[in-house]
Design a binder for this molecule. Structure first.
Ligand code: URA
Length: 204
């Protein structure tokens, strides 16, 4: 069963956190996922990108943003002249939450308690990286990073100061771009996302 107050041996580096997260029982999601998907990127990264949770392909690969949303994210990063190998990419929730549907596993949104339980890991990532900016991709990430429910449209596109914590920057999740049916809308939204990424690059 889940143990929201699970005790961990002291974790002193990103590498230790990466190992410890596999034994996480802070919420129930560990039970059905293949593995926990920890963040990826160099310890000197200036930008910390936070997505929602691993998807089907990320769950199997053990790496964040390698599926369809990840490929689109890579293209947008490239367009904004951000080198993915120089940034740290992670998720608010480290285990894939899904509903079986035949042979497929359909993504389910993590709930408030799962997001809260998993902040333990995001806080460790933030502490060890000390990034210049934390980027929340979409509403789940924004909720985890800012600690409250926000409307993307209202907080998007400008850095949010947070005392001694690194500033946050909220934008859309790349999977949103994959769901837009109208071509013209999709092009416009992609350009807006790429403009956000360019602003983030300049902040870092
Ligand atoms: N969507 C996310 O939020 N994170 C991933 O790692 C992949 C897809």
């Amino acid at each position: 069963p889940a143990d929201p107050n699970q005790e961990n041996p002291p974790i002193e580096s990103l590498a230790e956190a990466r190992l410890s997260v596999q034994a996480c029982r802070r919420c129930d999601l560990y039970a059905n996922a293949t593995q926990a998907v920890f963040g990826e990127g160099p310890a000197h990264a200036r930008i910390l990108f936070v997505g929602e949770q691993p998807g089907d392909q990320e769950d199997l690969a053990g790496k964040p943003f390698v599926g369809p949303a990840g490929r689109l994210f890579d293209q947008c990063l490239e367009h904004a002249a951000i080198d993915r190998t120089e940034v740290f990419v992670t998720n608010a929730v480290k285990h894939f939450k899904f509903e079986p549907r035949g042979k497929r596993r359909l993504h389910k949104r993590p709930d408030a308690s799962e997001i809260a339980a998993c902040r333990f890991w995001l806080e460790l990532e933030t502490e060890f990286l000390e990034p210049a900016v934390i980027v929340a991709l979409g509403a789940t990430a924004a909720r985890s990073v800012l600690g409250k429910v926000v409307t993307i449209g209202k907080v998007r596109g400008a850095p949010i100061k947070r005392g001694n914590d690194p500033p946050a920057f909220v934008t859309i999740h790349p999977s949103y771009l994959l769901r837009i049916r109208d071509r013209e809308d999709a092009r416009r939204e992609r350009e807006a996302f790429e403009a956000d990424l360019a602003a983030i690059r300049d902040l870092a």
